[in-house]
Write a protein that binds this ligand. Structure first.
Ligand code: HEC
Length: 108
């Protein structure tokens, strides 16, 4: 019984470590798979003057902006590009956090 509990605890620890590693790496992959790159540029430097650069921006700020834009709390003519994008609106909190962490850590 005690042994089973120990094995379970060890398995849980390993799984959470794997989970953490995966989500840290996932930010870069998600950034591409969720189409952010098409507007915000491959390295977070956008190609259009009216599209914001995301590279090296504060992580918490990025997270909050995506949440507000998707929830339509932050609106203007251009946020519609995100709110009308079927993949972008389907993004969840974990994915936003992973992308925000990745964008914040982009090197020059
Ligand atoms: C079709 C183009 C398009 C796509 C796709 C897109 N964005 Fe945007 N995004 C924009 C535009 C344009 C703005 C600026 C809106 C404004 O002027 O307020 C913006 C704003 C933002 C902001 C706020 C930046 C700031 O400085 O306040 C963040 C963060 C952001 N996008 C993240 C993302 C992420 C993450 C994805 C992918 C899940 C994504 N965007 C996908 C066009 C896009």
């Amino acid at each position: 019984m005690k042994r089973t509990a120990l094995i379970c605890a060890a398995a849980f620890l390993i799984l959470s470590m794997v989970g953490l590693t995966v989500s840290a790496q996932d930010g870069a992959t998600l950034y591409v798979h969720k189409f952010c790159t098409t507007c915000h540029g491959q390295n977070g430097i956008s190609m259009a003057p009216n599209y914001p650069n995301l590279a090296r921006q504060n992580e918490r700020y990025l997270f909050n902006q995506v949440k507000d834009i998707i929830a339509k709390k932050r609106t203007n003519k251009l946020t519609i590009l995100m709110t009308e994008h079927p993949v972008v609106v389907g993004i969840n909190d974990e994915e936003i956090a992973a992308i925000a962490a990745h964008m914040n850590r982009i090197k020059k």
